[in-house]
Design a protein around this ligand. Structure first.
Ligand code: UGA
Length: 434
């Protein structure tokens, strides 16, 4: 099939590349001239494991192309994906200006029946709005479908090629047929394509992210309570996770969720609720608890140094909002660093992938090191923020020699409590005894 993908961010690029991999002829369109130039020269602007192999194979086979010209990009396309940003507006609702602008531009360009797909996370009712905007100028038949993505950064290619499910929101049988054909190679193991109406598909995406954010937040609250009552959240996690109704995944307590999706989507769903005069109380709590959780270790650090933080040096392991990404959007590390800097603390930080992004943002305010151990040299304490596997089994002897004090504040529960005790560390983690 001939496919166009408008927007070459992380969702658009993964979508375009993976559909080229299943044999389609894909053209990706973006207004960012420099980005398109890079892509044409084989440079992928994001870090996403495994994407490079598929990208190389399909660009070489000329199944994956790039352009800044919308008309050229969508020529003869049977399917057009809209994978455009929906940043939160001032009131928390998703801003649709990019999507609606492209919808306006698309109308007069359509030459034959086309399926236009909202891939971005958009508020309920957006498919109808997009339909209305295209219809203003369109001379041919078309359908607008909501087909939300459930990709996780860091494993996006795997999630795309082997989805747990594909959600397709359209009541048009014609569009359903086109999309069944398109997704057929990805659902051969029996994982379902779930058809529903547009509004339910749009809601499904928000419900999934808000549920997962709530699940994590619930565990973070259990962890906070574990600390008070002298229980261990790791044991509790295993104890409840083995109940198949609860499930083992997404139960890891830590210093809060971050990233470009959960915070934005929880906020947007809360806004939608407010717009419909519904008081979605859990969401308000999730946002509040997560905000507090992100900086939960700061009082511990202060306490350890008897309130005297000025002039201290703190080593930070992990800057990305989670492992296997260079994404620092809403990253807990940044909030902790900001507070520590304001208290006069010097920061030496290391991240395997995200350092460059942090350098652009606050490179003049902190020292970024080229390895985990160099961050520890002459540091007064270590703060662990991201659970990169590299940090899980470090050489504690080397660490003891480098750190001025044997103290670790661990926001991701990487280390064993007993081992830390035996090694003589003062060790603070989340939901486990100090
Ligand atoms: C999330 C969803 O998992 C995807 O299904 C969805 O497609 C995507 O948002 C999106 O809307 O685009 P992502 O933001 O890449 O994906 O990251 P996750 O792996 O879901 O992690 C989100 C946050 O939760 C991270 O900060 C992570 O550290 C935190 N987390 C996750 C925990 O604190 N505990 C856990 O047990 C799991």
């Amino acid at each position: 099939m001939k496919i166009a993908v408008v927007g070459t961010g992380y969702v658009g690029l993964v979508t375009g590349t993976c559909f080229a991999e299943t044999g389609n002829d894909v053209t990706c369109v973006d207004i960012d001239v420099q980005k398109v130039e890079k892509l044409k020269n084989g440079i992928i602007p994001i870090y996403e494991p495994g994407l490079d192999i598929l990208f190389d194979r399909n660009t070489k086979a000329k199944r994956l192309k790039f352009t800044t010209n919308l008309e050229e990009g969508i020529k003869d396309a049977q399917i057009i994906f809209l994978a455009l940003p929906t940043p939160p507006g001032e009131d928390g609702s998703a801003d649709l200006k990019y999507i609606l602008k492209v919808a306006d531009d698309l109308g007069p360009l359509l030459e034959d029946y086309t399926v236009i797909i909202d891939k971005s996370t958009v508020p309920v009712g957006t498919a109808e709005k997009v339909h209305e905007r295209i219809a203003r100028n369109a001379k041919v038949e078309f359908d607008v479908v909501s087909n939300p993505e459930f990709l996780r950064e860091g494993v996006a290619v795997e999630d795309f090629m082997k989805p747990d499910r594909v959600v397709i929101g359209t009541t048009s049988e014609k569009a359903q047929k086109v999309l069944s054909h398109l997704y057929n190679p990805l659902v051969r193991q029996g994982n379902p394509i779930i058809f529903m109406d547009e509004r339910s598909a749009e809601m499904t995406k928000y419900a999934a992210n808000a549920f997962l954010a709530t699940k994590i937040t619930f565990m973070n609250e259990i962890a906070n309570l574990c600390e008070k009552v002298g229980a261990n959240v790791d044991a509790v996690r295993m104890g409840i996770g083995s109940d198949s109704r609860i499930g083992k995944r997404f139960l890891f307590a830590g210093i809060g969720y971050g990233g470009s999706c959960f915070p934005k989507d929880v906020q947007a769903l809360a806004k939608t609720s407010a717009d419909y005069d519904y008081d979605f109380r859990i969401l308000q709590s999730v946002m509040e608890v997560n905000q507090n959780q992100k900086t939960k270790l700061i009082p511990r650090i202060k306490e350890y140094f008897n309130g005297e933080l000025k002039g201290k040096t703190v080593a930070v392991w992990g800057l990305a909002f989670k492992p296997y990404t260079d994404d620092i959007r809403e990253a807990p590390a940044l909030e902790n660093i900001k507070i520590l800097l304001s208290e006069g603390v010097k920061i030496k930080a290391y991240d395997p992938e995200a350092s460059e992004n942090v350098r652009k943002l606050i490179g003049d305010k902190i020292v970024l090191t080229d390895g985990p151990y160099s961050a520890l040299e002459n540091a007064d304490a270590l703060l662990v923020v991201t659970e990169w596997p590299l940090f899980r089994t470090p050489d504690f002897d080397v660490m003891s020699k480098l750190l001025k004090n044997k103290v670790i504040f661990d926001g991701r529960n990487l280390f064993d409590l007993q081992e830390m005790k035996e090694l003589g560390y003062t060790y603070y983690s989340i939901g486990r005894e100090a």
